[in-house]
Design a protein around this ligand. Sequence first.
Ligand SMILES: [Zn+2]
Length: 221
Amino acid sequence: MNKSIILLSGGLDSLVCLGLCKEEYNVELALTFNYGQKSAEKEIAAAAELCKYYGITHKIIKLDWLKEMTHNALTGNNELPHGLDNPEASAKAVWVPNRNGLFLNIAGAFADAENYTHIIIGANKEEAATFPDNTKEFAESINTEFQYSTQAKPQVLVPLINYDKNDIVRLALEKEMPLELVQSCYDTGSGHCGKCESCCRLKNALKNNGAAKYLKQLFNE
Ligand SMILES: [Zn+2]
């Protein structure tokens, strides 16, 4: 029988993964990572709300050492890049050393200890274009690794791998997922800044789907 862990940042992709997989893969546990990112507090709060909504256990993993060794615009004093005009420079500015590799391996340890069958991550087509740790090849390579590094041999699932942000918002709307609870912003402060790369991707996808209600709720537009 399936029993799954989800990596839940509280952002759009992780919500839609949870909504899609909750029943079929019996998602029981969500892991949210605090590695000193500017948005940590609001991500944790959003993830907690989503866990309450879907009735699953929430665990917050603190990675202070990752915060200490990471010097970039997500965690440090550097300003976050705005907009989507230069995705490669933006990806470089927010890169966290081995982040998804690390997160999946931490989830792999939980899976191995408690015999979870699957680990779900919101890697998607849009971000795979600039983040190599969002690709199908990466997920497959971690699956191969787990064959050797665990006894439970959990499988990494990437349900959004063929979808861009427009598709992901469309799925959320079709399945009536609670988009109002999402927190996708990279920056400090409450709510969505509307300017960082992640906000721009979400805002564009909401606009393209005609989701006026959520544009108003999340971006006050
Ligand atoms: Zn933002």
